[in-house]
Design a protein around this ligand. Structure first.
Ligand code: ATP
Ligand code: MG
Length: 229
């Protein structure tokens, strides 16, 4: 399964969500690949910190706007149960390339007006990818949720008008995510079973798992070979 974290807006939680989901998959025993498609190299640096800490973690590789070409991501991802691609903001070419490979696009959206405004241009990328891959799934996940702010309270209702499903799992604004990123870790490791961040990431992974496998079992899941598109 290939999942891309994408969106035109910077700082909405794409890299954090990619890392936390990948660690959740990895800790369940799935072979897991992280694709750093962002020149900022957040995942590569995170992977280096994880290695320095001696932490077992998903393999991290760097790819760019050619990842959909034959012999690129297809030949690597086939060895993994789960692949999570972290896209850069604004680089439409890289996001388009990821959308040619992904089974599911997840668009994190935070509780600021600018996050919500940027969604429409992100969804345009998804819609144009769907013109060649009508079975590409896409969904929004609420990230960095701050329930006490006025937009935070109304966010779900606003996002439900966007035309793609809004996942019921939500990632709240928590220091645990910032600490995990800095420590080359995820938030779901053993000993963290009861942490609120661990619980919400596990719930998110299970929802993503149901979404992609449910679709595959129902027989309407796409062939992934769109490398020539
Ligand atoms: N749920 C969260 N709670 C608290 N802080 C968060 C959360 N998610 C992300 N952050 C923090 O917000 C900042 C931006 O997150 P992240 O790098 O994941 O966003 P991004 O969308 O990948 O950014 P970019 O577009 O620059 O690649 C980071 O400092 C990260 O630690
Ligand atoms: Mg990022």
């Amino acid at each position: 399964m290939i999942v891309t974290l994408m969106g035109q807006k910077g700082g909405v939680g794409k890299s954090t969500t990619a890392i936390c989901l990948a660690m959740a998959a990895f800790e369940r025993g799935y072979s897991t690949l992280l694709v750093d498609a962002d020149p900022q190299g957040t995942l590569r640096t995170w992977g280096e910190v994880a290695a320095e800490q001696g932490r077992k973690a998903p393999t991290v590789v760097a790819m760019g706007a050619a990842m959909h070409r034959p012999g690129q991501l297809d030949s690597v991802a086939r060895n993994y149960a789960w692949t999570f691609i972290d896209c850069p903001p604004r680089h439409g070419e890289v996001q388009r390339s990821a959308l040619m490979m992904a089974d599911l696009a997840i668009l994190p959206c935070g509780p600021s007006a600018s996050d919500v405004w940027a969604l429409s241009s992100s969804l345009e990328l998804v819609q144009s990818a769907r013109q060649v891959r009508d079975s590409l799934e896409a969904c929004i996940v609420i990230s960095r949720k701050q329930p006490r702010t006025s937009l935070g309270k109304d966010l779900r209702a606003v996002l439900e008008k966007a035309g793609v499903p809004v996942l019921s799992s939500e990632l709240f604004y928590r220091v645990a995510y910032q600490e995990a990123l800095a420590a080359g870790a995820g938030v779901t490791g053993s000993g963290r079973r009861r942490d609120p961040a661990a619980q919400e990431v596990r719930a998110l992974f299970e929802e993503v798992e149901k979404l992609v496998y449910g679709k595959k079992e129902s027989g309407c899941f796409p062939a992934q070979a769109l490398a020539s598109a």
